[in-house]
Design a protein around this ligand. Structure first.
Ligand code: SF4
Ligand code: SF4
Length: 170
């Protein structure tokens, strides 16, 4: 079946900072990918983000803001113009150019493919909104502890694994 993305040069994969949740990282970790290879804490450099997903690190004594993201521009998983992890790509990628609520966003998605996404629909995992909700709670808990960057990823993965086990959704 013709995919709208076949008409595009993976603009979203090349040009976005791919912000993800710890559920996406955990899935790839479970699939054998080394977390430091593909994931990073990216400094918040714009105001256009979801505040509830901002991780605070106190290494310097002051709170510094970061987002959990893939190594981006282009995405670490974009190989020869194709997504290397297509089946287990993050929910944000599967939903794009829509958001978790199904609302059309995707400013980088070009005209005709974007129209096709609107008509054909994009795959939005039913667990996506729930994962975002739980990730926000995990981020809030992390921020309360005023921790250091090096301790954050183990914390996120541990809490996410517990939550995923409860949801039966790892
Ligand atoms: S994970 Fe795949 S779909 Fe998502 S940005 Fe990277 S290459 Fe693109
Ligand atoms: S979602 Fe849009 S921008 Fe991303 S690869 Fe598909 S057509 Fe291109």
């Amino acid at each position: 079946m013709l995919s709208p993305c076949m008409l595009c040069k993976a603009e979203c994969c090349r040009n976005h900072l791919i912000t993800v949740t710890s559920f996406d990282v955990l899935r790839l970790h479970g699939d054998g990918y080394g977390v430091p290879d593909f994931a990073q804490f990216a400094p918040c450099s714009t105001l256009n983000f979801d505040n509830d997903m901002v991780l605070e690190f106190h290494d310097s004594g002051l709170a510094e803001d970061y987002l959990l993201a893939f190594r981006s521009n282009p995405c670490y998983f974009l190989v020869n113009g194709r997504c290397e992890i297509h089946g287990i790509a993050p929910s944000v990628c599967k939903a794009y150019p829509k958001n978790a609520s199904g609302k059309m966003m995707g400013r980088l998605c070009p005209g005709i493919p974007k129209l096709m996404h609107g008509v054909l629909g994009t795959e939005i995992r039913k667990e996506y909104a729930k994962e975002i909700e739980i990730y926000r709670e995990i981020v809030t808990e992390w921020n309360r502890g005023r921790g250091r960057m090096r301790d954050c990823m183990p914390f996120l993965l541990e809490r996410t694994e517990e939550a995923a086990n409860l949801m039966g959704n790892k």
